[in-house]
Design a binder for this molecule. Structure first.
Ligand code: SF4
Length: 231
């Protein structure tokens, strides 16, 4: 494995971006392996939960040139780099993202917001979907909220913020983070891995989200394909 290789969990698409500001866009996905967090409702545990998943089977190294070649033959105009926590591999991404934008047109990076946006990606054209984790993740606040990183995302001009909520009682915590760190463009998304639960929780959240002046995102891939992996 060379120093520029990426540690990949899976490549898939074209499909639809299922969450957040670009929901419904035709997109391909590069899921990177590894995450320093351990959300109790994590929907991609095969990227980090090595007690339950076989690390050797779930991750593989891929040369940057091969990733670009894969991206070039995708029919989607949007590439979503997700995880796991993709910014754990920020050094490898720095050299790759401009080539991926050239190959696909647009790149979104999905991150938990615990690692500041790397200087090396500033001005690259990539945008961030930042999803800071709430208390409902089961993770202590000092591990899931990094104020300096959130302020850097908020000041980057390239970040939108998406929060996973289980009920309207989660919204006060989002408001507190928004005020503390100056977060704009807030999206709320239900924590759910079945279509029924997506709809139920969106109905519970909708009016409260409207009253705060935020946006509400379904999980389109779950509505369409439940929790099928690679969709
Ligand atoms: S940050 Fe994302 S990938 Fe990491 S444990 Fe939480 S939900 Fe899973």
């Amino acid at each position: 494995m060379s120093g520029t290789d990426l540690v990949i969990s899976e490549l898939f698409g074209p499909t639809f971006q299922g969450e957040g500001p670009s929901i419904g866009r035709l997109a391909s996905f590069m899921r990177l392996s590894g995450c320093p967090l351990s959300c109790q409702w994590c929907d991609t545990p095969w990227t980090w939960q090595w007690g339950a998943f076989d690390k050797n089977a779930e991750q593989h190294a891929m040369a940057a040139a091969d990733v670009v070649a894969w991206a070039r033959v995708q029919r989607a105009g949007l590439l979503v780099i997700t995880g796991g926590e993709p910014l754990v591999q920020a050094r490898q991404l720095a050299g790759l993202v401009p080539d991926l934008i050239a190959a696909c047109g647009e790149v979104e990076i999905e991150t938990s917001g615990i690692i500041a946006p790397p200087e090396s990606l500033a001005g690259s054209g990539a945008r961030y979907n930042v999803s800071p984790k709430l208390a409902n993740s089961g993770i202590p606040e000092h591990r899931r909220i990094r104020g300096s990183a959130l302020r850097a995302f908020a000041g980057s001009g390239t970040a939108r913020f998406k929060f996973v909520a289980q009920s309207p009682s989660d919204l006060d915590e989002i408001a507190r983070l928004q005020d503390t760190y100056g977060l704009e463009q807030v999206w709320v998304m239900p924590e759910a891995t079945s279509s029924g639960k997506v709809v139920t929780r969106m109905r519970q959240l909708a009016d409260a989200v409207i009253s705060r002046g935020w946006n509400l995102s379904p999980r389109l891939h779950v509505l369409l394909w439940e929790d099928t992996r690679g969709r």
